[in-house]
Design a protein around this ligand. Structure first.
Ligand code: 2HA
Ligand code: ZN
Length: 269
């Protein structure tokens, strides 16, 4: 079957990266059933021929106007589709969408009319915010990492930057590779614009945000970068829980040690 990826190695590579990460999410146990979703902004990989492709779906309402998305294209995991299936057959369980000129609708253009993720409101609102900010970030990932979600059930951990410092202090890499820390979004209805807006408010300060009692959402220049930040935070959460399971509160690196690392790696404050 003909695919939009045929003879487009740059686009094919980005979709292959999404498939690779989808496999990791499944292997890690972060993607039960259809849990989690991924969208990537593929507008830079879109050529004139793609721009002329007729839609293969009705025009669907975004639910609000997203003024920075005019003429944008996204590869999106399908709603109700499994990450483990996206990993093997990305173009059967995901699709390419185009935002229409009114910035208030989308249409599917390839390969199959797979309806995009239930969290499209959050994902596209985040892309709209990123483009508006002039950000180079192209990837948005939402997943259900076990230890991090478990930590979000403790109200004490939801205090601003409590988890950021706790997770940074478990292993130096977390401070280095997730330098903006972990934002917190209080529980909101999945798929809602309330969740989308609360997420965007936190993304002004953080690249990864916790959705209380639900999961995390991460943004990055590409999907690997978004995945790596969540993987790094999750590793710290596992170290913390392993220490607690051994019967002690882990000491953690000190603020002075973290500050030394920040200066040496030229990390943001
Ligand atoms: O797509 O994870 O938050 C399933 C979800 C919704
Ligand atoms: Zn979810």
């Amino acid at each position: 079957m003909k695919s939009i990826l045929d003879s487009r190695p740059e686009l094919a590579r980005r979709v292959a990266e999404v498939a690779e990460v989808a496999g990791y999410l499944w292997q890690k146990g972060w993607a039960e059933r259809n849990g989690g979703n991924i969208t990537i902004n593929i507008t830079p990989q879109v050529d004139e021929e793609i721009r002329r492709l007729p839609p293969i779906s009705d025009r669907m309402a975004l639910g609000r106007t997203m003024e920075h998305l005019q003429g944008s294209y996204f590869f999106c995991k399908g709603t109700n589709r499994r990450m483990r299936d996206l990993a093997r057959w990305p173009m059967e369980h995901g699709s390419v969408i185009r935002i229409t000129d009114d910035c208030a609708h989308y249409e599917i253009i390839a390969d199959k009319p797979v309806k995009p993720t239930s969290e499209l409101a959050s994902h596209l609102s985040v892309h709209n915010f990123l483009i508006g900010e002039g950000s180079p970030y192209k990837a948005v990932m939402h997943t259900h990492p076990i230890e991090l979600v478990a930590m979000s059930h403790n109200p004490a951990f939801l205090e601003k930057d409590r988890l950021t410092y706790l997770l940074w202090s478990m292993i130096p890499e977390t401070r280095a590779f997730c330098p903006r820390g972990l934002g917190i979004v209080p529980y909101r209805m999945p798929s809602s614009f309330e969740l989308a807006d609360a997420t965007i408010a936190e993304l002004a300060e953080y690249d990864v945000v916790m959705w209380e009692k639900h999961g995390v959402l991460a943004v990055g220049t590409d999907i690997m970068e978004a995945f790596d930040m969540v993987d790094t935070l999750s590793k710290s959460a596992q170290i913390y829980m392993t220490a607690r399971a051994m019967g002690f509160e882990p000491e953690g690196t000190t603020l002075a040690q973290m500050e030394e690392l920040r200066a040496a790696f030229h990390l943001p404050k």
